[in-house]
Design a protein around this ligand. Structure first.
Ligand SMILES: [Fe+2]
Length: 186
C-alpha cells in the first residue's frame, strides 16, 4: 500500500512538473511570436481577429502557423478553409460554433448551431470543408493561442450563407494592407 502511495505521489509530481514545463514552453512561444511581425493580420489591422505568425515559410503544401486569436470570428456566417488543419490550443480555450447536423447544414445553408468547448491543450482536426466559427470565452474575451498545422491548399475558402456558399472575398478583402469589409450574406 505504501509503495502504491509513493508511486502515486511520484506520478503526480512528474505530471505536475510536466504541466509546468509545457506552460513554460507556451510562454516562450508567446514571447517569440509577439517579437515577430505577423505574416498575416486577419481583419481590420486596428482591431484584428487574429495574428498569424509563420513558423516555416508560407507555402502551398504544408504550413505551421502560430495563431494569436484576439477576438471572435466574423459572426455573419460559418466559414470553411482552403486546407485540412490541426489546431492545438496552448493558451486559454475557446468555443467552436459548429452545425449540429453538418451535412444537412451544408445543403440547406442553415440549421441548428452548437458551441463546442475546445480546451487548452486540446487538438482539433478539421477537414477543409468543415464549417465553424471561433468565439472567445467572455466576458473579458481573453485571447487564445494555438499552433496550427495545415495540409496542401486544395480549394478556395469562404462562408456558407442561407443563399449558398460565398468566397471569403465577398466578406472581407485586404487592399493595400487595409482590410475592407464586404457585403457578406446580404
Ligand atoms: Fe477557421
Amino acid at each position: 500500500m505504501i509503495v502504491l502511495l509513493v508511486a502515486l505521489i511520484a506520478l503526480a509530481a512528474v505530471a505536475g512538473a510536466a504541466i509546468h514545463f509545457r506552460d513554460d514552453i507556451a510562454d516562450l512561444v508567446i514571447v517569440w511570436a509577439k517579437g515577430r511581425e505577423p505574416g498575416l493580420i486577419i481583419g481590420d489591422p486596428s482591431d484584428p481577429y487574429m495574428h498569424r505568425i509563420f513558423v516555416v515559410p508560407k507555402n502551398r503544401v504544408f504550413n505551421i502557423f502560430v495563431h494569436r486569436i484576439m477576438r471572435d470570428d466574423d459572426d455573419r456566417a460559418l466559414h470553411d478553409h482552403p486546407w485540412w488543419s490541426v489546431s492545438w490550443i496552448f493558451r486559454n480555450h475557446y468555443f467552436d460554433i459548429v452545425p449540429k447536423f453538418p451535412d444537412s447544414f451544408r445543403i440547406c445553408g442553415h440549421g441548428r448551431l452548437i458551441p463546442v468547448r475546445r480546451e487548452e491543450w486540446s487538438m482539433t482536426f478539421r477537414r477543409a470543408t468543415d464549417l465553424h466559427r471561433i468565439v472567445l470565452p467572455g466576458p473579458g474575451k481573453t485571447e487564445a493561442w494555438s499552433l496550427f498545422i495545415t495540409g496542401p491548399e486544395i480549394r478556395d475558402w469562404g462562408f456558407l450563407c442561407p443563399q449558398g456558399w460565398r468566397s471569403s472575398k465577398v466578406f472581407s478583402e485586404t487592399r493595400d494592407g487595409v482590410s475592407v469589409v464586404g457585403r457578406g450574406c446580404a
